[in-house]
Design a protein around this ligand. Structure first.
Ligand code: FEO
Ligand code: CA
Ligand code: CA
Length: 663
């Protein structure tokens, strides 16, 4: 979700990814700005896994920044030779590794699927081919294998100007995209959703198994069931679904997760962009939709699919913004929208089994000044009986985070009838609390964050990493300890340690692990270790992964020629000991792309990464010209090679000759 492109661009990234719409949090919740004076007095760094060392200090902010920058470093624990940061049209991986394109937008995922033909697309073909803009990548081993499994991939959104030849024209010197027709909208809807596809490593290289019996495409039209406390509520009923339990499709699936019981969860993020039209006057959902920025109207689906037009189907937006669970073992199963996990612009849903067997899902709401959540199941995980886990996501407690200035934090339950979540405040039931999760969290006084993206629990160290991608709208008087920079252009990473090391705990400690950006520019205030090279720093953390050794890998969205002079990529970040906050560049993407995934096989011998929207925002790279049409790549890129990820692509990274990555 690039935040740093030319604002005049008419293309989707500038419309959907800014997250600046009327959904912006306008409540008066404290940003802890009143504690600015105190924020530099707390120096409680978390060292190692659980130790907390409070270093009282009364030194100046400048001195503290210097101290952070000087955080001693004995060198990275990741053994690879760093890639040189930069900008060009190809992808680059550390020497001694192969980065092989495994699946591209349009590649067949069934034996009967047609080969990709960009000049002759159809919805029917797209429904049998890999979708567009791959974001989340998960791997579900078959019989425990790291060489044979199911790849599950989200297809977040579509870039029509890159997908469809000849639809951009220059009007008064500016690019304009032709209005959509029904056929184009049908292709766009088929390019959304997700893919489940069997893959196998043969001769050291990953292959797609096109006749895999579990292969599946999920789209914006796939029938789904709504479950949990909001299922069947009047606010979810439409003319096509008087039960309020049956929905067609899932949209804007950003990150996600694989549950301990082997299902695939997809996070519905920027759902507001798909709706258009006006609510009937005085409609009860007006305030609800305003908080979420509905309608944003950057797609034209409502012209052909009336359910995306608020004037015709006012409740439809309440049926999106959920976590969707897919039983990959049954390709005919209906994916389930699990309302117990709340409704917001869900980034991801990474999970871990707590000490007592309950399962904890960490959830970000990716909007400026929105919140960090977690969901704790009521029931416990049964490792010996997969079926016993299949409805764990319908019953549990959703919490929202409040980060205190002193390094403590509390997870506040979003439970109807507790505290302010009562009928007097508009919540008649738990369904209301979940449909308007943001409003409920507003009332509880949750901490307004700098765009919470992926949140990853680390079972090895007991920590939880929160990617906060950026927030240039934060003003100096809105700065707080957990969001410590005004006009935060480069984002930061927070580390949480739950009380007693229990992921289900309702209190914890936290620390800023890393303030991102160029550490050589003092004003930026970045806190990479001194062992981090000029290639090793990054901005805009978005997704992340933890390898089996418990080491953190961070992928980014929003770097580029203008923002940071480097493309997005995958960085290896030390979190422990003297090397803490040391970062190294392992892989970088072609210009215009963002880096999603990443995901390691259980044995750490493969890293899957997702190259999303390569060639987008070509206007920011002078060699590229503008606009950047998909059909012009071979002429615009003189060094074009067929194996470059020129379409949205999943790339498999392996060590030449085999072995664990970065060991
Ligand atoms: Fe789709 Fe928050 O990135
Ligand atoms: Ca992103
Ligand atoms: Ca993301």
């Amino acid at each position: 979700m690039n935040q740093h492109h030319a604002p005049a661009s008419p293309f989707r990234t500038s419309l959907l990814e800014e997250n600046t719409g009327p959904g912006t949090n306008v409540t008066a919740n404290p940003t802890m700005g009143e504690m600015i004076a105190a924020r530099f007095s707390r120096r409680g760094f978390l060292r190692g896994s659980l130790a907390v060392t409070a270093i009282a200090a009364t030194v100046s902010p400048i001195a503290l920044i210097t101290a952070d920058n000087a955080r001693a470093a004995s060198g990275s624990s990741f053994t690879f030779d760093e890639v040189e940061a930069g900008v060009d049209a190809d992808h680059h991986v550390a020497a001694g590794y192969d980065a092989d394109v495994l699946l591209r937008w349009g590649d067949p995922v069934f034996t009967d699927a047609p080969e990709f033909d960009p000049a002759n697309q159809s919805a029917e073909a797209q429904e049998r081919q890999f979708g567009y803009n791959n974001d989340y990548v998960g791997y579900i081993p078959i019989e425990g294998s790291s060489e044979h499994g199911l790849l599950v991939v989200n297809h977040e959104y579509t870039n029509e100007h890159l997908m469809f030849p000849g639809i951009v024209s220059i009007v008064d010197g500016k690019p304009e995209i032709a209005a959509a027709d029904a056929k184009r909208v049908a292709i766009e809807m088929a390019a959304h959703g997700g893919t489940v596809v069997e893959i196998r490593k043969e001769g050291g290289k990953w292959q797609v198994v096109r006749d895999g019996r579990l292969n599946r495409r999920i789209t914006a039209k796939t029938p789904m069931e709504v479950t949990g406390p909001a299922a069947g509520h009047d606010r979810l009923k439409t003319s096509a679904d008087p039960t309020g339990t049956q929905v067609l499709g899932t949209i804007n699936n950003c990150a996600g997760g694989v549950t301990p019981w082997g299902t695939y969860v997809m996070a519905e993020e920027n759902f507001h962009g798909y709706f258009q039209g006006e609510l009937p006057a005085g409609h009860r959902e007006a305030a609800n939709y305003e908080r979420y920025g509905v309608p944003e109207g950057s797609y034209q689906w409502g012209n052909f699919e009336p359910r995306f037009d608020l004037s015709k189907e006012p409740n439809e937006p309440n049926r999106f913004g959920w976590i969707v669970e897919v039983d990959v073992n049954d390709p005919a199963s209906k994916p389930k929208k699990r309302t117990a996990l709340g409704r917001f612009k869900h980034e991801g849903a990474e999970s871990i089994v707590a000490r007592d067997g309950r399962v904890v899902f960490y959830l970000g709401d990716d909007e400026r000044f929105d919140y960090v959540y977690k969901f704790v199941t009521a029931g416990t995980f049964n490792a010996g009986d997969r079926a016993a886990n299949m409805n764990l996501l319908d019953d549990g407690t959703l919490y929202v985070a409040k980060f205190a200035e002193n390094g403590s934090m509390v997870w506040m339950p979003l439970v109807h009838g507790q505290g302010t979540l009562t009928a007097e405040n508009g919540f008649e039931s738990q369904a209301d609390v979940l449909i308007e999760t943001r409003k409920a969290a507003d009332l509880l006084g949750a901490t307004k964050m700098d765009r919470p993206e992926d949140i990853q629990p680390n079972g090895t160290t007991g920590t939880v990493y929160v990617m906060l991608t950026n927030n240039t709208k934060r003003k100096a008087d809105q700065v707080d300890a957990a969001n410590p920079r005004a006009e935060n252009a480069f984002g930061h990473i927070i580390e949480i340690v739950e009380e007693g090391g229990d992921f289900a705990a309702t209190t914890g400690r936290w620390e800023v692990l890393l303030k991102c950006g160029d550490p050589s520019v003092a004003e930026v205030g970045a806190t990479f270790s001194t062992a981090t090279t000029a290639n090793g720093w990054f901005g805009m953390p978005d997704n992340c992964a933890v390898d089996s050794a418990g080491r953190l890998w961070v992928s980014t969205d929003g770097n580029g020629p203008k923002a940071t002079g480097r493309t997005d990529g995958l960085w290896a970040v030390d979190t422990q000991g003297d090397a803490r906050a040391t970062s190294k560049l392992f892989y970088r993407v072609p210009v215009g792309a963002e880096m999603c995934g990443p995901l390691f096989t259980p044995d750490d011998t493969t890293a899957f990464v997702a190259v999303q929207h390569p060639a987008d925002e070509g206007e920011n790279w002078k060699e590229f010209g503008r606009p950047s049409y998909y059909d012009d790549l071979s002429t615009r890129w003189p060094d074009f090679k067929p194996d470059m990820p020129t379409r949205p692509s999943v790339v498999a990274i392996t060590k030449q000759g085999g072995g664990k990555i970065a060991v």
